[in-house]
Design a protein around this ligand. Structure first.
Ligand code: NAG
Ligand code: NAG
Ligand code: NAG
Ligand code: NAG
Ligand code: NAG
Ligand code: NAG
Ligand code: NAG
Ligand code: NAG
Length: 667
C-alpha cells in the first residue's frame, strides 16, 4: 500500500468542519427528486491485443498477487467488468491472440490466456461482469472476402460459439458481447447476432455496439426499432467525457467501452480519475473501461505501460502497482454495478467534478476529483483548456434518504507533486444537519462514503526489476499454462505448443498454425513472426531448429525493431530457409525480403525435414549457418538496425515447427 511520503504531512487534505465557510459553494445531494442512471461498473480490457501476454508466465506467488490487485474485492483496483478480446489470429495492437476456430471445422476453447484470466477474475469476484469483443477474424469467416459481414450467419455463429464455449468448457457466463472493434458496424449483422444469441438461450447476453463512434449507430437505432431492440448498450471509445446528443436521444445506456490508453504514472492516474467521474457528469456514460487492464507486454511494443498497472517481467517476478489502480479503488471499493447515480452531480465551481451513488438502501458514496489540465491529459482526445482552483471549499448538503447521515468515511489520494499519497483512509467526516464542508485541492481525489472498509494490506514489494536473462533456451516441452510458449509474443500468425507423440526427437515443438491470412484489424506482415527478449539486444546469436511442414519457409531473426501494427515494416537481420529452386537461403534486413544482404543455394531438402538455423549479429557483422555449416559472414556498415528483439517466423501463413530455440550474447 502506498502511503505518505516520509515528510508525512498531507497538504492536500483539510476538512473544514461542519459549519459552512462563507466562501464555500454548496452542492445538494438528494434522492428526493428521483435518481440518475444505473451505474454499470469500472472495467479493464485484456487484449486488443495481447496486452496480458506475459502475465500468465509469472511465477507464484507473484501471479496471484497481481490478479488480487486487479480483481479481489476491496483490495486493489477491484474491477467490476473484465472485457477481453475474442482472439482472431491477427495483430490487434501489441500482438496476436489465437482464435477458438482457426478453421470452420476447428473448435478449441483452451487457446490463449483470456479464458484463464476470466476464470481467475471470477474466482476472486463472482460478481464481475464479462464482455467479449473481436478485433480480427480468421480468414474463413469472410467466406472469400476480407470482411466479416459477408455472411452474417457465419460470423454470428462464430461469435456465439465463443460464448457457448465459455460456458461449457469454463463455466463462464458472458454478460456482454461487441461487434467489431473500432470498425464499421453492420445493421443486418447486429440483428443476426441478436437472433443467434436468442436462439441459443443467450438472451441475457447484451450487445454493445459499435465499440467505435456515437453517431452512425445512434442514427441507425433511431431509424430502426428492430435494431434498437437488438442493441443493449451504445459503447463509444475515447469519448473525451462527452457523448453525442443523438446517442442520448436513443434512450440507450451509454458506455465509454474503451478509454484511457495513457502511461500509468501520475498523469495517467489523473486522466483516469478525471474521466471516471466526468464520463458520467458530462456524457451520461455509466461504465468506463480501461485499455488496457494490465501492461503485460514488452515495453518496446506500442503504447508501453498504458495499463492500470505494469507486469511485464515474468522472469524476475517484478511488477508495479501503478497509480491508476488506486484511482480505480476510489470508486470500486464503495460501489457495485446496480448502484444508482444521484441527480445533481456535476462540476465544482472552482473546477473538478463530483459524482454520488447510492445502493438505494441509504448507502452513499461521493467521489470528488480536482485534476488540473496540465496533469490529467489522456493520450486522446485533445483536452480543451480549463482551470482548477487550488484549495476550493465545497459544502455538501445531504437530503432525502441521506438526511440523517452523521459521518462519512474518507479516503483520499494526491496524484501529483512531491508528497504523493495513494488511497489512504482518514478520520471520518462529521456531518451535521446533513451538511459537511471540505477543502478540495488540485490533483487530489476524495471518496466520502457510508461504506466501511479497513485500509487494505499490501503484499510485500515484488522482486527487483531485471533484464531478460541470457542465455535463454526454449525446448517447448511444457508444462504449458497456455497454448503459447512463455515469453514469445506473436506479432503475425499464431505460434502454438504442439505435441507429436510419434516423433522421437521433436515430440514437443512450437508450431505456427494459421494457414490463411486473417480478416485483419491492422497491418499484419505477410510473414508470421513471434518476437522474444529484449529490444536492447544488439550483439546476439539466435539459433533454432525449424521444420517447414509442407511449403514456404522459416526464419530466425535478430535486432527486430518493430512489432504491433507496424510489424510489416520490421527491419533487423532475418535469416531465411526457403522452399525455392533458385535461392533456398536468404539473409535480409527486413521482414519483406526487399533488402537482401546475401542469398544462395544449399544442398538441403527444405520441406518435411528438421534443420538448425543459427544467426549471429555483432556490430556491423552478421553470420549464419545451416546445420553447423557456415553460409554467410557479412560485414556491412549498412546493417539497418543496431538493436531489437530476437524472433522466429515463417515465410507466409504456413505450418512450420520450431524446436530448441537458443538465444545468447554473441561471443
Ligand atoms: C458454475 O458457476 C456457477 C456460478 O456462476 C456455480 O454456481 C456453479 O457451481 C458452477 N458449476 C460448476 C460445475 O463449477
Ligand atoms: C508521465 O509520463 C508521460 C509520458 O512519458 C510524461 O509526459 C509525463 O510528464 C509523466 N507524468 C508525470 C507526472 O511524471
Ligand atoms: C431522519 O430522522 C427523522 C427523525 O428521526 C425521521 O423522521 C426521518 O424519517 C429520518 N429520515 C430518514 C431518511 O431516515
Ligand atoms: C486445444 O488446444 C490446446 C492448446 O493448444 C491443446 O493442448 C489441445 O490439445 C487442443 N485440443 C484439441 C481437442 O485439439
Ligand atoms: C492448429 O490448427 C488446427 C486447425 O486448423 C487445429 O485443429 C489444431 O488443434 C491446432 N493446433 C493446436 C496446437 O492448437
Ligand atoms: C510427427 O512425427 C512423425 C515421426 O517423426 C513425422 O513423420 C510426422 O511428420 C510428424 N508430424 C508432424 C505434423 O510434424
Ligand atoms: C533499453 O535501453 C534504454 C536506454 O538505455 C533503457 O531506457 C530501457 O529501459 C532499456 N530497455 C529494457 C527493456 O531494458
Ligand atoms: C556490439 O559489438 C560491437 C562490435 O564488437 C561493439 O562495438 C558494440 O559496442 C557492442 N554493442 C553492445 C551494446 O555491447
Amino acid at each position: 500500500m502506498a502511503s505518505d511520503t516520509k515528510h508525512g504531512t498531507v497538504t492536500c487534505l483539510l476538512v473544514l468542519g461542519v459549519l459552512t465557510v462563507p466562501v464555500a459553494s454548496v452542492y445538494t445531494l438528494t434522492d428526493s427528486g428521483g435518481l440518475g442512471a444505473r451505474f454499470d461498473g469500472v472495467g479493464g480490457l485484456s487484449g486488443g491485443g495481447a496486452t496480458s501476454r506475459l502475465l500468465v508466465s509469472y511465477p507464484e506467488p507473484y501471479r496471484s498477487q497481481i490478479l488480487d490487485y486487479l480483481f479481489k474485492p476491496n483490495f486493489g483496483a477491484s474491477l467490476q467488468i473484465l472485457k477481453v478480446e475474442i482472439g482472431g489470429d491477427a495483430q490487434s495492437t501489441d500482438g496476436t491472440e489465437p482464435s477458438h476456430m482457426h478453421s470452420a471445422a476447428d473448435q478449441n476453447y483452451t487457446r490463449g490466456y483470456e479464458w484463464w484470466l476470466m476464470r481467475e477474475a471470477k474466482q476472486r469476484n463472482p460478481g464481475i461482469k464479462l464482455y467479449g469483443l473481436p478485433w480480427a477474424f480468421p480468414g474463413w469467416v469472410g467466406e472469400g472476402q476480407a470482411f466479416p459481414y459477408h455472411r452474417p450467419e457465419t460470423t454470428a455463429g462464430y461469435i456465439v460459439n465463443w460464448i457457448l464455449g465459455a460456458k461449457s468448457v469454463h463455466n463462464l457466463t458472458i454478460d456482454y458481447v461487441g461487434i467489431w472493434n473500432e470498425r464499421v458496424h453492420d445493421v443486418k449483422y447486429i440483428k443476426t447476432l441478436r437472433k443467434t444469441l436468442d436462439d441459443n438461450d443467450l438472451s441475457h447476453v447484451m450487445i454493445v455496439a459499435p465499440d467505435g463512434g456515437w453517431v452512425q449507430i445512434s442514427k441507425d437505432i433511431m431509424a430502426d426499432p428492430e435494431l434498437a431492440a437488438a442493441v443493449g448498450i451504445i459503447g463509444s471509445h475515447y469519448p473525451g467525457t462527452h457523448s453525442a446528443p443523438m446517442a442520448q436521444q436513443t434512450g440507450k445506456t451509454l458506455w465509454s467501452s474503451e478509454d484511457y490508453s495513457t502511461v500509468n504514472n501520475g498523469t495517467g492516474a489523473s486522466c483516469w480519475a478525471r474521466i471516471l467521474n466526468q464520463n458520467y457528469v458530462n456524457g451520461h456514460m455509466t461504465s468506463t473501461i480501461s485499455w488496457n487492464l494490465i501492461a503485460s507486454y514488452y515495453d518496446d511494443l506500442p503504447f508501453p505501460r498504458s495499463g492500470l498497472m505494469t507486469a511485464n517481467q515474468p522472469w524476475s517476478g517484478h511488477y508495479e502497482i501503478s497509480d491508476p489502480v488506486w484511482v480505480t479503488a476510489h470508486t470500486t471499493h464503495f460501489t457495485a454495478p446496480g448502484w444508482m447515480y444521484l441527480k445533481g452531480v456535476g462540476h465544482l465551481d472552482g473546477g473538478g467534478s463530483y459524482v454520488a451513488l447510492t445502493d438505494g438502501k441509504g448507502g452513499l458514496t461521493i467521489v470528488i476529483e480536482a485534476m488540473t489540465h496540465q496533469y490529467s491529459q489522456c493520450v486522446r482526445p485533445l483536452l480543451p483548456p480549463y482551470s482548477v482552483k487550488s484549495g476550493q471549499a465545497a459544502t455538501f448538503q445531504l437530503g432525502g434518504a441521506f438526511e440523517n447521515i452523521t459521518r462519512l468515511n474518507l479516503w483520499y489520494s494526491k496524484l501529483i507533486g512531491s508528497q504523493v499519497v495513494h488511497f489512504q483512509s482518514k478520520d471520518p467526516v462529521v456531518v451535521s444537519g446533513g451538511k459537511f464542508s471540505i477543502e478540495v485541492d488540485e490533483n487530489c481525489l476524495y471518496t466520502l462514503t457510508t461504506v466501511k472498509q479497513d485500509q487494505p494490506k499490501a503484499y510485500p514489494k515484488s522482486p527487483a526489476s531485471a533484464p531478460f536473462p541470457l542465455p535463454y533456451k526454449a525446448k517447448f516441452d511444457g508444462p504449458a499454462d497456455s497454448s503459447e510458449a512463455p515469453y514469445f509474443a506473436d506479432q503475425t500468425g499464431v505460434f502454438e505448443l504442439y505435441v507429436n507423440e510419434s516423433s522421437s526427437d521433436h515430440s514437443r515443438t512450437l508450431r505456427q498454425n494459421v494457414t490463411e491470412r486473417p480478416i485483419v484489424w491492422c497491418n499484419d506482415a505477410d510473414a508470421a513472426i513471434s518476437v522474444i527478449g529484449d529490444y536492447n539486444w544488439s550483439n546476439v546469436s539466435v539459433s533454432c531448429d525449424v521444420m517447414v511442414e509442407s511449403g514456404g519457409g522459416a526464419f530466425v531473426g535478430a535486432r527486430v525493431d518493430h512489432g504491433g501494427c507496424d510489424v510489416s515494416q520490421a527491419r533487423g537481420v532475418f535469416f531465411w530457409l526457403l522452399e525455392d529452386d533458385t535461392y533456398n537461403w536468404v539473409v535480409s534486413s527486413d521482414i519483406n525480403r526487399n533488402y537482401i544482404l546475401g542469398q544462395g543455394k544449399v544442398d538441403a531438402t527444405v520441406v518435411g525435414q528438421w534443420h538448425t538455423l543459427t544467426l549471429f549479429a555483432k556490430g556491423d557483422n552478421t553470420a549464419g549457418s545451416l546445420n553447423g555449416k557456415l553460409l554467410f559472414d557479412i560485414t556491412d556498415a549498412q546493417l539497418p538496425t543496431t538493436k531489437g528483439f530476437a524472433a522466429v517466423g515463417t515465410l507466409g501463413f504456413q505450418k512450420v515447427q520450431f524446436d530448441n530455440f537458443d538465444v545468447d550474447k554473441a561471443k
